[in-house]
Write a protein that binds this ligand. Structure first.
Ligand SMILES: Cc1cc2nc3c(=O)[nH]c(=O)nc-3n(C[C@H](O)[C@H](O)[C@H](O)COP(=O)(O)OP(=O)(O)OC[C@H]3O[C@@H](n4cnc5c(N)ncnc54)[C@H](O)[C@@H]3O)c2cc1C
Length: 459
């Protein structure tokens, strides 16, 4: 029985017409995949298990798909593959404020989860700018970060347990409702950041926290990125902790100014948007004092309405930059490096020099509170010459991160795009054996290499 007959017999919903499956050859990256045989729409883990059992038997490639917002090509379909869309697994199963967890299906979108939790006074902290569309399963599989990362860390900090269907259809559970456990290998962690190469996550126990409602959002403008980087480091060095600290260069700063109507003070090249939690008496004054001593060109404290507009403008920056494209074939390839906070000022200086050297149109922004810098490179993806230049820039951008004790991928994962950079990082750290270990794990969990093959690394 072929796959489509099997799905019909098993009463599993699927799409197979060309016009229905073609959208799945793209995600939010510039990569284009190839047509899948079918896009399946399972309603529960048993259906996922049945699909994988069949695909395993027949050596059919399987690509899990959440919101499809990957920026590295990790969720694009592969030739002759089956795409498993997780969007029907969208239920919140259980909530316990006292036990500090929420149990959800993998297709729940991050914003939907937080709307639900907000009504209960709680928060699931991971907050990628794509939270409107990205899902619990996708964000776990890329170990997503986001705007609140500086205060709360990235997704890996918030996963208590997972339900997973393995490549051969077996269903396993790791972790669970408890906040701590010391019971053997931490299998949960293995699936965080695995980009659908080790199993399909169907549900998750997520750690939650009470919401911090009392904070002030300010915009700080600087002449030099270095001053902004130093201010963040000093804030953290003094034991203060911003809820979020986002920076942008001039191109992105002007977009936020245009959307919010908030003018940019003369001479400003860099913008920092910082959320200051008001947890105790003079916290705000301490933050402001450090900022005032960092040569700002202007400081603007936002009222509730401005605060909301600026936050949305920041979250929408990538899409706004896409609107700044001027040429046929132009797309944005986004670099995503991270360095320790102490290294941010120098890393930003070197990045500025690199942009000058390459002469490319690039806009920088990032979750600078945790050292994360994004370089948005405008490139004509149909031009080999331009693509080579952009790739070379991103390689050298990655090298800046490595020289400053950082990583070539902070939060977007590896996908298709960063396979070479990942190897480069392991070589730089004199630990290429990491790659061998990853491949060995892959061979144990997916011996036929059917799960998202060719993403993260080539076997
Ligand atoms: C405008 C924009 C802003 C962004 N901002 C941020 C940001 O601030 N921070 C950040 O970290 N990222 C950001 N991203 C990148 C992207 O949103 C994240 O990588 C996100 O985690 C992907 O989630 P998704 O549900 O869309 O996953 P998808 O793109 O569908 O999939 C991502 C990977 O996870 C795998 N996968 C998906 N679901 C499952 C599952 N249930 N089980 C196993 N594997 C699965 C896929 O096979 C793929 O390898 C942004 C993207 C866009 C377009």
């Amino acid at each position: 029985m072929d796959l489509l007959q099997y799905l019909t017999v098993k009463n599993i919903d699927f799409l197979s017409k060309r016009e229905d499956v073609i959208p799945y050859i793209r995600d939010a990256s510039y990569f284009t995949g190839e047509l899948p045989i079918a896009v399946v729409l399972p309603k529960n883990e048993n259906e996922i298990s049945e699909i994988l059992t069949k695909c395993y038997e027949e050596n059919i490639k399987v690509v899990a798909r959440g919101g499809g917002t990957s920026l590295t090509g990790s969720s694009i379909s592969l030739k002759g593959s089956v795409v498993i869309s997780m969007l029907r697994l969208n239920r919140i199963l259980e909530f316990s404020g006292g036990d500090r967890y929420v149990h959800v299906q993998a297709g729940v979108r991050i914003d939907d989860l937080n709307s639900y939790l907000q009504s209960k006074g709680f928060l699931y902290p991971p907050d990628p700018a794509s939270s409107l569309a990205s899902t619990v399963g996708g964000t776990i599989s890329t170990n997503a970060g986001g705007l609140r990362g500086t205060y709360y860390g990235s997704t890996k900090e918030w996963i208590l347990g997972l339900g997973i269907v393995l490549a051969d259809g077996r269903i396993i559970r790791t972790g669970g409702k408890i906040l701590k456990r010391s019971a053997g290998y931490d299998l949960t962690s293995l699936f965080v950041g695995a980009e659908g190469t080790l199993g399909i996550i169907f549900d998750a126990y997520l750690k939650i926290v009470p919401r911090i409602e009392n904070f002030t959002r300010i915009m700080v403008f600087f002449r030099k990125a270095e001053d902004m980087g130093k201010a963040i480091y000093q804030i953290k060095e003094r034991g203060l902790n911003p809820l979020s600290a986002e920076f942008t260069d001039k191109i992105s700063m002007n977009i936020i100014s245009r959307i919010s109507g908030i003018p940019v003070p003369d001479g400003s090249e860099v913008l920092l948007i910082i959320d200051i939690p008001i947890l105790s008496g003079n916290e705000y004054e301490k933050f402001i004092q450090i900022i005032k001593n960092s040569n700002p060109t202007g400081i603007k404290s936002l009222n509730a309405e401005e605060s909301e507009v600026v936050y949305k403008a920041r979250k929408g920056l990538y899409s706004s930059l896409l609107n700044e494209r001027e040429r046929e074939g132009e797309y944005i390839i986004i670099g995503d490096v991270v360095v320790p906070s102490s290294e941010v000022p120098e890393a930003l200086n070197e990045t500025r020099d690199l942009i000058e050297k390459f002469g490319l149109k690039i806009s920088l922004f990032g979750h600078i509170g945790d050292g994360n810098i994004h370089a948005n490179v405008f490139t004509n993806i149909n031009s080999n010459e331009e693509m080579k230049k952009a790739e070379k820039f991103l390689e050298e951008f990655g090298d800046i991160a490595l020289r400053h004790n950082g990583s070539v991928s902070a939060e977007h994962g590896i996908g298709f795009e960063k396979k070479e950079l990942l190897i480069r990082e392991f070589i730089y750290k004199k630990s290429i054996v990491n790659m061998e270990i990853m491949k060995s794990i892959k061979k144990i969990l997916d011996p036929k290499n059917i799960l998202n093959p060719g993403k993260v690394f080539d076997l």
